[in-house]
Ligand binder design. Sequence first.
Ligand SMILES: Nc1ncnc2c1ncn2[C@@H]1O[C@H](COP(=O)(O)OP(=O)(O)OP(=O)(O)O)[C@@H](O)[C@H]1O
Ligand SMILES: [Mg+2]
Length: 633
Amino acid sequence: MDSAHAFQVYLRLRPPHAHQLPTADDPFLTVLPPSPTASDEDIEKGIKSQVTIHPPSHHRSQKIETFSFTEVLEQSYGQADVFGRTVAPILTGVLKDGRDGMLATLGVTGSGKTHTILGNKQQRGVAQMSLDVMFRSLGDKVTLLSAAQIAQCNDAESEILGCTSFMNKVTSVVEPSAIPKPNSAPTKPSGEPYVVSCTSSSSTKYAILMSIYEVYNDKIFDLLAPSNAARRKALLFKSTRSSGDRKVVTGLRKVMVTDLYEGLQVLGVGQYQRSHGETGSNDKSSRSHCFISLELKKLKRSRLDHSSTTIKEATFTIVDLAGSERARNAKTAGDRLAEGGHINKSLMFLGQCLEISTQATVGEGGKPVAPAGVKIPYRQSKLTELLFTNSYNPATQPQIASIIVTVDPAGDFNATSQMLKYSALAKSSVNRRPPMQVLNGSRSVSTTSQASQASQISQGSGLSGATTLAIGTDDSGSSSGRPGSAMSQDAANMIAELQRQLKEAEEGRKEMERKLAEANQRCLRVEQEVREEVTSDMELQMKLMQRKMLVKLEEGTEREEEHVDRKLDMLKRTLLVETNDENDRARDVEIEQYVRELEAENYALRTEVMSLKRKRANGDSPLKERSLNRLKF
Ligand SMILES: Nc1ncnc2c1ncn2[C@@H]1O[C@H](COP(=O)(O)OP(=O)(O)OP(=O)(O)O)[C@@H](O)[C@H]1O
Ligand SMILES: [Mg+2]
C-alpha cells in the first residue's frame, strides 16, 4: 500500500451494460501502461495507476487530462479481484493490528458503487466477502458478549441484540419474504479463500457487532431500528467515555453476529430499510449514503481475575455513497430533487475534503498531515464528518481508509471527468491539437501532440505539486496491451512527427522575431518623421507672428511721428502771430532759437527712432523698444 497519502484511492472501471450497443465514438477513457516512475514491484506486477480522458470531438474543451490513482482496476476485474486489491489490506489491519478501517465507494450514479459493495444475483459484493473473511479468520473464537461485557463496552446508548432476537423483532413487522437475501456465493471457485491469521491466545475471543445506518438529507438514521418513516429519530455522532477522542454514532441498534449466515440476514434487513428511489439515471438508485459497520470486540480474559475482561475494539466501516447526478439527466422532481440537492451538496463537500486530503502526507505514527495552513473542512456535512473525523483526529491512531471511485467509461463524459478531478491523487492536463494523420506504411495512425504534453504539462493538483506525465496514448485509446513491436513502431513514428512539429514551431518563432524587429524599426522611423514635421511647423508659426508684430510696430511709429509734426506746426503758427508785436522783437529771436532747438531735438529723435528700427530688425524685442519709445516721448 502506498503510504504517501492519507487515503488509498482506487479507480474501478465498470464493464459495458449487457444491453449497451457499441458507440461510434472512441471511448473517452484510456488506461495508461505502468508509469516508468512506479516502483519496481508495481512495474513487475503490471499495476496500472493512470488514466487519461479525451473529451469527445464536439466538446468545448479539448484538454487531455491525466489522473493518477493508487491503482486502476480495469473492466476485467471481478468482485473477488477488487476485494483482494482494496479490502483485504484493510481487513488485515482491523483483524491483526486492531486498527479502524474504512472503505467507501464513490462515483456517478449507475457507475457500480452498490454493485461493488453488495454485488448482484450472480456475484457477491465486498460486504459479503468481508463478513466471510472475518468469520473464516476468527473461526471458533467468535462468541457473544455477556450481559456484563455489554455493560462494560456499551456507553454509546446502543441497543445490543443477538441475531435471533433481532430477526424475530424484524419479522414481527416485516414479511420475511420481503427482506432481500444478499448473494453470498463466490462467483467462481477461488483457489485459496482469503484468511487473515490472527495470532492470539486460546483464551482470547472475539465478538462481531453489526450496525447499519444511513445519512439521508444530512441526518443519520438507523437502518436496523424499527422503521416508521414519519418518526425516524436522527442520531448523533460524538465522543463517548470509552471512545475517548474517537467519535462514534450513538443510539444505534447493534446485532451480535456469530456466523456468515447471520451477517447476511442483518445485511438484508439494512438493504430493505435503505431509502431507495428510482431516478431516470438508475432504476435502483441509492438515495442515501449507507454505512455498514462491522465492530470487532477483542475480549481478553484477565489472567489473575478470570471474571474480568479487557475489551479492545476496531471497526471496519463499508460506505456505499449515493451517486452524484445532474437533475436534468436524472429527471427528478419534488422530494427526489431535494434529496438530490442534499446528495450533491454533501458530495461537493466530500470532493473539497478529498481534494485537500490527497495533498496530505503521512506524518508521525502514520497520521495524515494536511498541507501547512490548510484545514480539511470535514465538519461541513454529516457525511464528511463521518468519513474524515477519525482519520484526522490527532489524538487517535488514524483509520486505514480506501476509496473506490467507480467509473463507467461509456457514461457521461462531463460527470465522469468531474468525479475524476476531485478524487484523483494527482492530475495533469494538456491541450489537444487537432489530430494529424501520419502515414505508417499502409496504415495511418492518429496522434496527439505528445511533445507539447511534455512541455506544457501542468503540475499536480495545485498544492502538492505532484506531477504525472501522460505516456504515449493515441486517440483510439488503444495504448495498453499492444504488442511491443507495434508499440515501438508507433513510438518511432510519433517521435519523427514530434520532431517535425518542433522544427516547424522553431521556424515559426524565428519568422515572428524577424517581423517584430522590422516593426520596431518602422515605429522608430515614423516617430522621427513626426517629430521633424512638428518642429518645422512650429518654426513657421513663430516667423509669421514676428512679421505681424513688426508691421504693427512700424505703423505705431509713423503715427507718433505725424503727431509730433502736427504739434510743431501748431507751435509755429502761434509763434508767428506773436512776432507781429513790434515791441517784442527780442522775444522773436528767442522763439526762433527755441524753434531751432526743437527742430534739432526732433532730428535727434528721428535718428534715434531709425536706430531703434535697425536694432529691431536685428532681433531685439519690439515690445521692449516700444516701451522705450513711450518713455522718451
Ligand atoms: N462491475 C460491474 N459488473 C456488472 N454489473 C455492474 C457493474 N457495475 C455496475 N453494474 C450494474 O449496473 C447497475 C447500476 O449499478 P449500481 O446500482 O451499483 O450503481 P450505483 O453507482 O450504486 O448508482 P447510484 O448512485 O444511483 O446508487 C446495476 O444493475 C449493477 O448490477
Ligand atoms: Mg447505489
